[in-house]
Design a protein around this ligand. Structure first.
Ligand code: EPU
Length: 334
């Protein structure tokens, strides 16, 4: 473990907002470091932020202690003719692991290519894209409890994964350092794509290779999401889920509003709602809404976390006023 002091957090978060810094900065490279941090330091600290790739958070204030998890390893723990179970260290970059799986012919995460951030951050918000989500293949999560230092292994069912949600984001928030995850992938070079946009982009073929899915997702994401050089944290809000009767009333007033059935309710497109309110491409100082995707807020250079937050609040009010729909942040606000 290494400890540094008074660290500017801009290089460690993808939003790169100003005025984000850490008084203490701990880098953990082994599970033993996580246990040592928990038992030796955590009980003395009241304000701890655990950081993976810093790609899904907006920091709006200085933080007492930041913990960066850089525990890197990949291994196969079980293998049959039809599947493989892999164990990934929390510090591994998620996209690199997706690329590795695809290169080995292991299916299950290929549509989640190019999601920024680390493996350890993936379960917290149950990352997802193009019809796949982390929880579809997750078998277990290994974590170290704060401040007892106890090593825990949770089965996927215990993590209460939901749409961009898990117990690590809610009731267990700040209570664990995730150190590794276990995924079960299928040995299957081809797959069937159900997600409409991806299916269309792949030419409506019934069967495609996972390599084709991987490459197609990379192209789709590059065409609409900002380049890594522009500060952002992907989708800023979740797509709102509303009861069927609310959706029906909205559809009557706004016939072109995109809607998808979701677990007995209806999922709306936050990007569409924001665009209709006239916010796509707007700018307030260095805080803005990306001009190719209204769900992505961007930092054009010197925005502070508070600037992004006040733009987000303005957008929430506008969507509420026009559609009566409440947007909820997907990004974790610190
Ligand atoms: N739309 C607009 N205007 C916009 C953007 C979107 O009208 O500026 C409408 C379009 O009708 C479009 C629809 O919204 O068809 C959906 O847009 P998109 O396909 O880009 O997907 P999304 O719902 O905005 C979600 C995830 C993304 C993920 C994509 C692809 C959430 C919050 N976001 O976005 O995840 O990559 O689907 O599966 O669920 C992330 O979580 O950071 C993220 C990027």
């Amino acid at each position: 473990m290494t400890i540094a002091y008074d660290i500017d957090l801009r290089p460690f978060t993808t939003f790169r907002t100003h005025e984000a810094f850490a008084r203490q900065f701990y880098v953990l490279t082994r599970e033993e470091d996580a246990i040592e941090f928990a038992t030796t330091y955590a009980s003395r600290l009241s304000d701890i932020l655990i950081l993976g790739g810093g790609s899904n958070m907006l920091i709006t204030r200085p933080v007492e202690a930041v913990v960066q998890v850089q525990i890197n390893h990949r291994s196969i723990v079980d293998e049959t003719s039809s599947h493989v179970v892999i164990r990934l260290g929390a510090g591994e970059m998620w996209h690199d692991c997706v690329a590795w799986a695809v290169s080995q012919g292991w299916a299950g995460i290929e549509a989640m290519a190019l999601i920024p951030g680390t493996v350890g951050a993936a379960p917290i918000q149950n990352i997802g894209a193009y019809g796949q989500q982390f929880s579809d293949t997750c078998q277990w999560i290994e974590a170290v409890h704060l401040p007892s230092g106890r090593k825990m292994t949770f089965r996927a069912e215990e993590c209460r994964f939901g749409y961009r949600d898990s117990r690590f984001k809610s009731e267990w928030k700040g209570s664990f350092i995730i150190t590794a995850v276990g995924l079960k992938l299928e040995k299957r070079p081809t797959t069937t794509v159900h997600y409409q946009e991806l299916r269309q982009a792949l030419g409506e073929r019934p069967e495609v290779t996972i390599q084709e899915v991987f490459e197609c997702v990379i192209n789709l994401r590059r065409s609409k999401l900002p380049p890594p050089t522009l500060g952002n944290a992907g989708s800023f809000f979740k797509n709102p889920i509303v009861p069927g009767e609310v959706a029906l009333a909205l559809a009557a007033r706004y016939p072109s509003m995109p809607m998808h059935a979701y677990n007995g309710s209806v999922k709306l497109s936050a990007g569409w709602l924001i665009e209709q309110c006239g916010y796509k491409g707007i700018r307030r100082g260095d805080a803005g809404v990306y001009d190719r995707h209204a769900l992505v807020l961007v930092n054009y250079g010197n925005a502070r976390g508070k600037d992004i937050l006040s733009l987000a609040r303005e957008i929430k009010h506008a969507v509420q006023a026009q559609f009566g729909v409440e947007l909820e942040e997907e990004v974790i606000i610190v």
